[in-house]
Design a protein around this ligand. Structure first.
Ligand code: G3P
Ligand code: MG
Length: 246
Protein backbone atom coordinates (compact mmCIF):
# COMPACT_ATOMS: atom_id res chain seq x y z
CA UNK A 1 0.00 0.00 0.00
CA UNK A 2 1.57 3.35 -1.03
CA UNK A 3 1.88 6.16 1.55
CA UNK A 4 -1.51 7.55 2.51
CA UNK A 5 -2.48 11.17 2.06
CA UNK A 6 -3.18 12.83 5.38
CA UNK A 7 -6.73 13.94 4.50
CA UNK A 8 -9.77 12.17 3.04
CA UNK A 9 -12.90 14.11 2.13
CA UNK A 10 -15.64 12.32 4.10
CA UNK A 11 -18.81 11.07 2.34
CA UNK A 12 -17.57 12.27 -1.02
CA UNK A 13 -17.15 15.96 -0.47
CA UNK A 14 -17.82 16.67 3.15
CA UNK A 15 -20.37 19.18 4.32
CA UNK A 16 -20.03 21.75 1.53
CA UNK A 17 -21.78 19.64 -1.09
CA UNK A 18 -24.57 17.07 -0.83
CA UNK A 19 -22.97 13.99 0.72
CA UNK A 20 -22.08 10.98 -1.41
CA UNK A 21 -22.62 12.79 -4.71
CA UNK A 22 -20.47 13.40 -7.77
CA UNK A 23 -20.61 17.14 -7.03
CA UNK A 24 -19.06 16.41 -3.65
CA UNK A 25 -16.22 14.39 -5.17
CA UNK A 26 -15.57 17.15 -7.71
CA UNK A 27 -15.51 19.70 -4.92
CA UNK A 28 -13.00 17.65 -2.95
CA UNK A 29 -10.70 17.57 -5.97
CA UNK A 30 -11.19 21.30 -6.48
CA UNK A 31 -10.17 21.94 -2.87
CA UNK A 32 -6.96 20.01 -3.47
CA UNK A 33 -7.90 16.79 -1.67
CA UNK A 34 -6.20 13.71 -3.07
CA UNK A 35 -8.44 11.17 -1.32
CA UNK A 36 -12.17 10.71 -0.73
CA UNK A 37 -14.26 8.30 1.29
CA UNK A 38 -17.78 7.33 0.26
CA UNK A 39 -20.42 4.78 1.29
CA UNK A 40 -21.76 2.12 -1.07
CA UNK A 41 -25.05 0.20 -0.71
CA UNK A 42 -27.23 -1.80 -3.11
CA UNK A 43 -30.47 -0.59 -4.66
CA UNK A 44 -33.37 -3.02 -5.00
CA UNK A 45 -32.11 -3.65 -8.54
CA UNK A 46 -28.78 -4.81 -7.12
CA UNK A 47 -26.88 -1.74 -8.33
CA UNK A 48 -24.13 -0.43 -6.03
CA UNK A 49 -24.88 3.25 -5.32
CA UNK A 50 -23.45 5.94 -3.09
CA UNK A 51 -25.58 6.53 0.00
CA UNK A 52 -25.03 6.45 3.74
CA UNK A 53 -28.39 5.69 5.35
CA UNK A 54 -30.53 2.62 4.78
CA UNK A 55 -33.45 5.00 4.31
CA UNK A 56 -33.88 7.79 1.77
CA UNK A 57 -35.42 10.50 3.93
CA UNK A 58 -32.38 12.32 5.32
CA UNK A 59 -30.39 12.84 2.12
CA UNK A 60 -33.01 12.77 -0.64
CA UNK A 61 -36.57 13.85 -1.41
CA UNK A 62 -37.61 10.18 -1.44
CA UNK A 63 -38.82 7.90 1.30
CA UNK A 64 -38.47 4.27 2.27
CA UNK A 65 -35.62 1.83 2.17
CA UNK A 66 -32.79 2.03 -0.37
CA UNK A 67 -32.80 -1.76 -0.66
CA UNK A 68 -36.52 -1.69 -1.59
CA UNK A 69 -36.14 1.05 -4.21
CA UNK A 70 -35.43 0.05 -7.83
CA UNK A 71 -32.99 2.04 -9.96
CA UNK A 72 -35.65 3.82 -12.00
CA UNK A 73 -37.10 5.40 -8.84
CA UNK A 74 -33.78 5.85 -7.05
CA UNK A 75 -32.09 7.74 -9.87
CA UNK A 76 -35.07 10.07 -10.24
CA UNK A 77 -34.59 11.42 -6.71
CA UNK A 78 -32.93 14.67 -5.73
CA UNK A 79 -30.00 13.93 -3.43
CA UNK A 80 -29.47 17.64 -2.75
CA UNK A 81 -28.93 20.69 -4.97
CA UNK A 82 -30.26 18.78 -7.96
CA UNK A 83 -27.71 16.01 -7.63
CA UNK A 84 -28.85 12.45 -8.11
CA UNK A 85 -27.63 9.42 -6.22
CA UNK A 86 -24.55 8.24 -8.14
CA UNK A 87 -23.79 4.76 -9.26
CA UNK A 88 -20.60 3.39 -7.70
CA UNK A 89 -19.20 3.02 -11.23
CA UNK A 90 -19.67 6.76 -11.88
CA UNK A 91 -17.92 7.69 -8.64
CA UNK A 92 -15.04 5.37 -9.48
CA UNK A 93 -14.65 6.90 -12.94
CA UNK A 94 -14.55 10.37 -11.41
CA UNK A 95 -11.96 9.34 -8.83
CA UNK A 96 -9.80 7.86 -11.55
CA UNK A 97 -10.24 10.95 -13.70
CA UNK A 98 -9.14 13.24 -10.84
CA UNK A 99 -6.56 10.73 -9.61
CA UNK A 100 -8.17 10.58 -6.20
CA UNK A 101 -7.51 7.72 -3.83
CA UNK A 102 -10.96 6.24 -3.14
CA UNK A 103 -11.87 4.72 0.21
CA UNK A 104 -14.88 2.62 -0.67
CA UNK A 105 -16.83 1.92 2.49
CA UNK A 106 -19.07 -1.08 1.90
CA UNK A 107 -22.22 -0.12 3.78
CA UNK A 108 -24.65 -3.03 3.48
CA UNK A 109 -28.25 -2.63 4.51
CA UNK A 110 -29.01 -5.00 7.39
CA UNK A 111 -29.37 -8.57 6.10
CA UNK A 112 -27.77 -7.71 2.73
CA UNK A 113 -24.13 -8.07 3.76
CA UNK A 114 -23.19 -10.89 1.43
CA UNK A 115 -24.81 -9.64 -1.76
CA UNK A 116 -23.58 -6.07 -1.18
CA UNK A 117 -20.01 -7.12 -0.50
CA UNK A 118 -19.97 -9.46 -3.49
CA UNK A 119 -21.29 -6.84 -5.89
CA UNK A 120 -19.08 -4.02 -4.61
CA UNK A 121 -15.91 -6.13 -4.42
CA UNK A 122 -16.35 -7.57 -7.91
CA UNK A 123 -17.09 -4.18 -9.38
CA UNK A 124 -14.22 -2.48 -7.54
CA UNK A 125 -11.81 -5.08 -8.89
CA UNK A 126 -13.05 -4.31 -12.42
CA UNK A 127 -13.18 -0.55 -12.04
CA UNK A 128 -9.65 -0.26 -10.64
CA UNK A 129 -8.08 -3.06 -12.64
CA UNK A 130 -4.39 -2.18 -12.95
CA UNK A 131 -4.80 0.67 -10.47
CA UNK A 132 -5.53 -1.26 -7.28
CA UNK A 133 -3.32 1.08 -5.26
CA UNK A 134 -5.79 3.91 -5.89
CA UNK A 135 -8.59 2.27 -3.92
CA UNK A 136 -9.00 1.08 -0.36
CA UNK A 137 -12.01 -0.98 0.74
CA UNK A 138 -13.29 -0.72 4.30
CA UNK A 139 -16.39 -1.83 6.15
CA UNK A 140 -17.87 -2.11 9.61
CA UNK A 141 -19.15 -5.50 8.45
CA UNK A 142 -16.71 -8.40 9.04
CA UNK A 143 -18.58 -10.45 6.45
CA UNK A 144 -18.05 -7.73 3.86
CA UNK A 145 -14.31 -7.60 4.56
CA UNK A 146 -14.02 -11.34 4.30
CA UNK A 147 -15.75 -11.29 0.92
CA UNK A 148 -13.62 -8.36 -0.27
CA UNK A 149 -10.49 -10.30 0.72
CA UNK A 150 -11.62 -13.27 -1.38
CA UNK A 151 -13.12 -11.49 -4.40
CA UNK A 152 -10.82 -8.46 -4.70
CA UNK A 153 -7.60 -9.69 -3.10
CA UNK A 154 -5.40 -7.09 -4.81
CA UNK A 155 -7.34 -4.17 -3.32
CA UNK A 156 -6.11 -3.17 0.14
CA UNK A 157 -8.60 -3.52 3.00
CA UNK A 158 -9.15 -1.37 6.07
CA UNK A 159 -10.72 -2.60 9.31
CA UNK A 160 -13.39 -0.12 10.34
CA UNK A 161 -14.59 0.21 13.92
CA UNK A 162 -16.20 2.85 16.04
CA UNK A 163 -14.29 1.58 19.08
CA UNK A 164 -11.42 -0.75 18.28
CA UNK A 165 -11.86 -4.14 20.04
CA UNK A 166 -8.92 -5.62 21.92
CA UNK A 167 -8.68 -8.59 19.55
CA UNK A 168 -8.24 -6.32 16.52
CA UNK A 169 -4.82 -7.76 15.57
CA UNK A 170 -6.46 -11.19 15.11
CA UNK A 171 -9.20 -9.65 13.02
CA UNK A 172 -6.60 -7.80 10.94
CA UNK A 173 -4.72 -11.04 10.31
CA UNK A 174 -7.90 -12.88 9.36
CA UNK A 175 -8.87 -10.27 6.78
CA UNK A 176 -5.26 -9.46 5.80
CA UNK A 177 -6.10 -5.81 6.48
CA UNK A 178 -3.58 -3.09 5.73
CA UNK A 179 -5.17 -0.17 7.57
CA UNK A 180 -7.13 0.39 10.78
CA UNK A 181 -9.95 2.97 10.85
CA UNK A 182 -11.77 4.19 13.97
CA UNK A 183 -13.66 7.08 15.49
CA UNK A 184 -11.26 9.82 16.60
CA UNK A 185 -13.13 10.25 19.87
CA UNK A 186 -12.50 6.62 20.83
CA UNK A 187 -8.85 6.46 19.78
CA UNK A 188 -6.72 4.70 22.39
CA UNK A 189 -2.96 4.84 22.85
CA UNK A 190 -2.63 1.06 23.21
CA UNK A 191 -4.19 0.69 19.76
CA UNK A 192 -1.80 3.27 18.29
CA UNK A 193 1.18 1.56 19.90
CA UNK A 194 0.24 -1.90 18.60
CA UNK A 195 -0.61 -0.57 15.13
CA UNK A 196 2.69 1.33 15.07
CA UNK A 197 4.56 -1.85 16.02
CA UNK A 198 2.85 -3.67 13.14
CA UNK A 199 3.45 -0.81 10.69
CA UNK A 200 -0.30 -0.46 10.20
CA UNK A 201 -1.57 3.06 9.46
CA UNK A 202 -4.43 4.29 11.67
CA UNK A 203 -7.12 6.48 10.08
CA UNK A 204 -9.66 8.45 12.13
CA UNK A 205 -13.13 9.79 11.42
CA UNK A 206 -14.64 12.35 11.53
CA UNK A 207 -12.20 15.17 12.24
CA UNK A 208 -13.78 18.57 11.82
CA UNK A 209 -11.75 20.74 14.22
CA UNK A 210 -8.15 21.91 13.96
CA UNK A 211 -7.39 21.04 17.61
CA UNK A 212 -8.57 17.46 17.11
CA UNK A 213 -6.45 17.16 13.98
CA UNK A 214 -3.38 18.48 15.74
CA UNK A 215 -3.87 16.13 18.65
CA UNK A 216 -4.47 12.92 16.69
CA UNK A 217 -1.61 13.53 14.26
CA UNK A 218 0.71 14.27 17.19
CA UNK A 219 -0.32 10.92 18.69
CA UNK A 220 0.63 9.08 15.52
CA UNK A 221 -2.52 8.86 13.41
CA UNK A 222 -1.70 8.64 9.69
CA UNK A 223 -4.84 10.09 8.09
CA UNK A 224 -8.21 11.59 8.91
CA UNK A 225 -11.64 11.88 7.31
CA UNK A 226 -13.16 15.35 7.35
CA UNK A 227 -16.38 17.10 6.38
CA UNK A 228 -14.59 20.48 6.60
CA UNK A 229 -12.98 20.75 3.20
CA UNK A 230 -12.75 24.49 3.77
CA UNK A 231 -10.79 24.09 7.02
CA UNK A 232 -8.25 21.55 5.83
CA UNK A 233 -8.00 22.43 2.14
CA UNK A 234 -4.65 24.14 2.71
CA UNK A 235 -3.06 21.03 4.17
CA UNK A 236 -4.66 18.72 1.62
CA UNK A 237 -3.66 21.06 -1.22
CA UNK A 238 -0.08 21.40 0.02
CA UNK A 239 0.15 17.64 0.16
CA UNK A 240 -1.22 17.41 -3.39
CA UNK A 241 1.31 19.93 -4.63
CA UNK A 242 4.25 18.18 -2.97
CA UNK A 243 3.33 14.61 -3.97
CA UNK A 244 1.01 14.29 -6.96
CA UNK A 245 -1.06 11.10 -6.72
CA UNK A 246 -0.55 8.21 -9.08
O1 G3P B 1 -15.29 5.31 6.86
C1 G3P B 1 -15.24 6.26 7.88
C2 G3P B 1 -16.61 6.81 8.21
O2 G3P B 1 -17.25 7.18 7.03
C3 G3P B 1 -17.45 5.85 8.97
O3 G3P B 1 -18.63 6.44 9.42
O4 G3P B 1 -21.06 6.63 9.40
O5 G3P B 1 -19.70 8.33 8.24
O6 G3P B 1 -19.90 6.06 7.29
P1 G3P B 1 -19.87 6.88 8.53
MG1 MG C 1 -18.52 6.17 5.58
Amino acid sequence: MPPLPRWFAHRGGGALAPENTLAGIRLAALFGFTAVEFDVMLSASGTPVLIHDETLERTTNGSGLVCDTPDASLFALNAGKGQRIPRFSEAAALCRQYRLLANVEIKPAGGHERQTAEAVSRLAAELWLGAENQVLISSFSPEALEIARDLAPLIPRGLLFEQVPTDWPDVARRFRAQTLHCAARHLRDDVLAEAGAQGMPVLCYTVNAAETAESIFARGVSAAFTDRLDLFAGEAGAQAASSPPG
